[in-house]
Design a protein around this ligand. Structure first.
Ligand code: ADP
Ligand code: MG
Length: 802
């Protein structure tokens, strides 16, 4: 599947006594035709007319029997159709060149029967050869005449003429012709009768060149569906073969048609030229649109031209010199057709009914399996059915009690229950969110922080100062915490801002709160982007806001100071390093600490495995010794009793033989275990290195953090942070404190002068350096060749550190 395949193009030459030998020549491999045209002397002196052409094809059928034609052209495509590949075989050529002869053949002479009856025979023969499958065959026979669709099998008594005209319908399964009768045929003979019925019904137009030549396109389709006789097999395949006898391809001028026949001829040429356009589009890999809907012919064949089909074209030509013009144009069509590639694919489908049945069986089996499993593990009968409302309500109540703290744990029963517990957590959480918000709304008026007009109005009323801090509150409580100021003018000292040092209380630390927002204030802060205003002045305020919006055009108060990093406030005396380390592990160092812990647990696990393996090895060793002793004992016994020998081979008794086998087996086990131990030891060594590395990193980061948080005066920190990539904790305190403004200037000056492209290039080079560092570290880690999870972990470590 998935392999692209070219359309196969053959040429069949109609037998003649007057073959133009000097003009038509076949290649030696019989896969090309060269045409040589004599110069047209009537055209005068200046004559640039091309006189030689060469066409590459898949085969030239000259004086070929119907039998050989079928073998060459159709046999493979038909055989593949039974395997689920769609196929299309088309005959193209000027009227009288032998299309109908090739496709249908002589209906009165069995020997001269064409591709169609032979294809039906092959299909039924192959079905007989496949007793493992139930294969149904259906056929239809469509004629397209003057852009009208005709059912060539509608004359059958059980079909009856169609009331509405037939239409071409596209559905996901492919093209389907509404109103066209499709006939189930269970044997070859039935299929033949249908074919003959259709043949007699073909509309024959009289024509100057060939009385019996058809002026219409005829499409005989064989549909197949193969289901395995094994009922558990859900897959089945469908396919169809289109056998197309196209109308004459000759151009209008040649025929000299008039009146009705002229109209027919125009139509024929038009639909064939649309067919050609579609084929050119199919042959062009860069075109995604193929104009299938321009004519009934191309539309009806949409899913059978190119695409996932096997496609074969037979171009019928005359061998006479007089027809060379038409022959040339037919050969051009054939060579264009050869450019088209298709991607034949099996049409595999699933039998929904069989699938449901199989799944039901499987489900029943798994339930039994589960019941056995439950009873073996002494679990009381667990119900695995979907939960009803009462059970869900019970889980909801459990979750609520758990959240309140009245329930210590929620018992795990099965997967469905666990999923429902999580589900109910979400339900409860969102309900609580809503409750909090509506409670706030009842008490306060919430203002969007981006609504500057509203904020300015509030400031005017005096409810909020210029920094966005709320000033007045009826019950005297402050609730401004956690809301960032939205305007801090640079250089201007905040009026009421407390220093973080003052805010920090050791009790807050003990509670493990890492942000200044705690307890009751947390809910308030969670309503982000929203300012809170007491609702006592609600009415006045709303009026004010409305007025403000109408009259004023207030400049947005956009903060131009850099965004403050959220950090824990600092205590006045630094905490002890042990205490601080615990805190560090929960805060900034949490990721490294987690990785450290993970790596350590892997290391311990490997160590445990190594010690288990050692124990096993010792046990095996002991057993080996014991077996050896037993074997020696047996041997000495044998020696004492006198040895048997048969043709130079030692005869030993069964017991000894079994002991030898056992010893061999034990030695093998010993070797395996030993190998494992060796691998484990290497792994442990590697893991140990990683753990050490992680520990070192953790301590180093902690030192930096500790210095940063407690040892460096705040103003120095601020100075260092501006435009510098140095992290304060990395530099000895003495160096930092003496790094005055001059040093700072010199440093940035250095950065600018050393970097060739000046200030703009700093970010570029910084990024480059970081990438380089990352790459070297990654490579280093990968080269270590340790267990995969370790590699990933250390990569993550390096990422999170940076
Ligand atoms: P088309 O369908 O292309 O118009 P037909 O198949 O009707 O042409 O052929 C026209 C005539 O030539 C028919 O009488 C047919 O029997 C005869 N004919 C065509 N090809 C061959 C052939 N390969 N061998 C014998 N007779 C042929
Ligand atoms: Mg014909």
């Amino acid at each position: 599947m998935g392999t692209r395949k070219k359309v196969q193009a053959f040429v069949r030459v109609r037998p003649t006594d007057d073959f133009a030998h000097e003009m038509i020549k076949y290649g030696e491999d019989n896969k090309s035709i060269d045409i040589h045209l004599k110069k047209d002397t009537r055209r005068g002196v200046v004559n640039n007319q091309q006189t030689d052409w060469s066409f590459k094809l898949d085969g030239v059928l000259h004086n070929a029997s119907q039998d050989l034609v079928y073998e060459t052209v159709a046999k493979d495509a038909v055989s593949q159709a039974l395997d689920g590949y769609n196929g299309t075989i088309m005959c193209y050529g000027q009227t009288g060149a032998g299309k109908t002869y090739t496709m249908t053949g002589a209906t009165e002479n069995y020997k001269h029967r064409g591709i169609l009856p032979r294809a039906l025979q092959q299909v039924f023969r192959m079905i007989e050869e496949r007793p493992t499958h139930a294969i149904t065959v259906r056929v239809s026979y469509l004629e397209i005449y003057n852009e009208n669709l005709f059912d060539l099998l509608s004359t059958l008594p059980y079909v009856g003429p169609s009331v509405t005209p037939m239409t071409i319908v596209e559905n996901p399964q492919g093209i389907f012709i509404k109103g066209l009768s499709v006939h189930l045929t269970s044997q070859e003979e039935d299929a033949f009768s249908l074919l003959f019925e259709g043949e007699t019904n073909r509309i024959i137009a009289s024509h100057t060149m060939n009385k019996n030549s058809s002026r219409s396109h005829c499409i005989f389709t064989i549909y197949m569906e193969a289901h395995s006789r094994t009922l558990s097999d859900e897959k089945y395949i469908t396919s169809k073969i289109n056998l197309v006898d196209l109308a004459g391809s000759e151009r209008l001028s040649k025929t000299g048609s008039e009146g009705r026949v002229l109209k027919e001829a125009t139509y024929i040429n038009k639909s064939l030229s649309f067919l050609e356009q579609a084929i050119i589009a199919l042959g062009d890999q860069n075109r995604d649109h193929v104009p299938f809907r321009q004519s009934k012919l191309t539309h009806a064949l949409k899913d059978s031209l190119g695409g996932n089909c096997n496609m074969v074209l037979v171009t019928n030509i005359y061998g006479e010199a007089a027809q060379l013009d038409e022959t040339l144009s037919s050969l051009r069509f054939a060579s264009r057709m050869k450019l088209v590639t298709t991607e034949p694919a099996i049409n595999e489908k699933y039998d929904a009914e069989r699938m449901v049945k199989n799944l039901e069986k499987e489900l029943a089996l798994l339930k039994q399996e589960l019941a056995i499993h439950d009873s073996l593990s002494n679990r009381t009968l667990v119900n695995y059915d979907p939960m009803d409302e009462i059970q869900i309500a019970e889980i909801n109540s459990q979750v609520r009690r758990y959240l309140e703290g009245t329930l210590d744990e929620i018992d795990i029963i099965n997967l469905r229950q666990i999923q429902e517990v999580f589900n109910q957590f979400r339900v409860v959480l969102s309900q609580q969110e809503q409750e909090v918000e509506s409670a706030l709304r009842r008490k306060y008026t919430l203002i969007d922080k981006n609504d500057f007009a509203a904020i300015s109005a509030v400031q005017k009323v005096g409810l909020m100062d210029i920094e966005g801090n709320l000033v007045g509150e009826p019950d005297g409580q402050s609730f401004g915490l956690g809301v960032a100021p939205f305007s801090v003018k640079p250089g201007k000292k905040p009026k009421t801002k407390k220093t973080p040092k003052d805010q920090f209380s050791s009790s807050a630390r003990k509670e493990g709160a890492s942000s200044p927002v705690s307890g009751k204030d947390f809910d308030v802060a969670s309503i982000s982007k929203t300012q809170l205003i007491p609702s006592s002045k609600d009415g006045d305020l709303k009026d004010m806001l409305a007025r403000e919006r109408e009259t004023s055009s207030i400049e947005p108060l956009i903060s131009d100071s850099p965004k403050e990093e959220l950090r824990a406030p600092r205590p006045s005396t630094p905490p002890s390093r042990t205490v601080a380390f615990e805190e560090f592990k929960n805060e900034r160092g949490s990721e490294i600490n987690r990785i450290f812990k993970e790596n350590k647990s892997i290391l311990n696990e490997r160590k445990k495995r190594a010690s288990e393996t050692t124990q096993r090895i010792n046990a095996i060793k002991q057993e080996i010794d014991e077996t050896k002793d037993a074997l020696n004992f047996q041997k000495s016994l044998r020696e004492k009793q006198g040895e048997y020998e048969n043709k130079g081979l030692m005869i030993i008794d069964e017991e000894e033989f079994l002991l030898i086998l056992k010893l061999k087996d034990l030695k093998k086990q010993y070797r395996n275990e030993y190998q494992e131990l060796r691998d484990l030891r290497a792994e442990i060594q590697y893991c140990q290195r990683l753990v050490d590395q992680c520990r070192h990193r953790l301590l180093m980061e902690f030192d930096i953090w500790y210095n940063e948080s407690f040892m460096i005066p705040e103003d120095v920190q601020v100075a260092l942070k501006l435009g510098s990539s140095i992290r304060p904790g990395m530099v000895p305190i003495s160096r930092i404190v003496c790094l005055g403004e001059d040093d700072q200037d010199r440093f940035s000056h250095l950065q600018q002068t050393v970097l060739p492209e000046g200030l703009d290039s700093i970010t570029f080079y910084n990024a480059k350096v970081k990438t380089d560092q990352k790459v070297t570290l990654d490579i280093h880690v990968c080269e270590g060749g340790g267990p995969e999870d370790f590699v990933i972990r250390i990569l993550r470590t390096t990422n999170s550190i940076r």
